[in-house]
Design a protein around this ligand. Structure first.
Ligand code: B4P
Length: 242
């Protein structure tokens, strides 16, 4: 910070001190250019953060969050943050966190808030220069939503919109069982585990939409039908706000 104040001072100093024909003109000019470059470098990350587009793709398990995320990332270049993917990666790598998460995920329960909030904090810190984040499967509780808002405020940015996919329970169960045939995901193969995941959603996650409704950020999108048709509806909402 002090360095950048000094850079700005050099820019001002140049304007007030040097005559174009003075011997130290070139030296002053060099510092002037350097000061400009470093000042722009200093300011740009802040401009980027203020203009970032962050969105939450929201919905029950099997509503198409992961599926549509892939398409949105390809079109808009968001940084994808899927807590489900991060947790499955921890499981694959056999970490202590992964072992704890696996137990809960296999029963269709949510992983503790502190764990996923920590994961998101790390992911935000590891990606300082992106155009925006697409949060997929996060936040899943009001505690997570409040933590996310606070983390984004710390970084001078916020959630622009919550796109909430609406899909009937029968369709959700059908999709997840179908995915279970090929995905190798232990939480997709058993209908009672799928039922628990939907119950967890209704008990703990649905309220997250109310949190963002109060901030007038929720848009409901019909999540049944063709992938392209749903993608067009999601894209339209993003384009209107970009
Ligand atoms: P996630 O990985 O988030 O998985 P999900 O909700 O089951 O799936 P998603 O919604 O992304 O799947 P999609 O519809 O795209 O969570 C898994 C578990 O991790 C949770 O149960 C929890 O234990 C834990 N967890 C994750 N985040 C957490 C958090 N923040 N806090 C605590 N715990 C957390 O796909 C489903 C199927 O539908 C696919 O086969 C797809 O091809 C199909 N499909 C999609 N769109 C379709 C369409 N329009 N028509 C027909 N089929 C479609």
């Amino acid at each position: 910070m002090v360095c950048h104040i000094l850079d700005i001072c050099w820019v001002l100093h140049f304007f007030t001190m040097y005559e174009a024909d003075s011997p130290s003109f070139m030296q002053g000019f060099g510092r002037f250019v350097n000061g400009i470059i470093r000042t722009v470098h200093y300011i740009c990350p802040y401009l980027r953060l203020v203009t970032m587009f962050n969105l939450i793709l929201f919905g029950p398990p099997g509503s198409g969050k992961g599926t549509q995320s892939e398409k949105l990332i390809a079109r808009y270049g968001f940084k994808h943050l899927s807590t489900g993917d991060i947790l499955r990666n921890e499981i694959k790598n056999g970490t202590a966190l992964g072992l704890e998460a696996k137990n809960l995920m296999d029963q269709g329960q949510l992983v503790p808030d502190a764990v996923v909030i920590g994961m998101i904090r790390t992911a935000l810190e590891q990606n300082p220069g992106v155009n925006g984040f697409l949060f997929d499967g996060f936040p899943r509780t009001n505690t997570q939503a409040e933590a996310l808002d606070a983390l984004l405020t710390e970084k001078n940015t916020s959630i622009k919109v919550v796109l909430a996919l609406q899909v009937s329970k029968t369709e959700l169960i059908k999709r997840l069982l179908n995915r279970g045939l090929t995905s190798g995901r232990t939480d997709d193969v058993n209908e009672s585990v799928i039922g628990s995941r939907i119950e967890e959603y209704e008990r703990k996650t649905a309220a997250v939409a109310d949190h963002y409704k109060k901030l007038d950020k929720v848009v409901y999108i019909p999540g049944e039908g063709g992938l392209e048709q749903i993608f067009t509806s999601l894209s339209k909402e993003i384009d209107e706000r970009s």
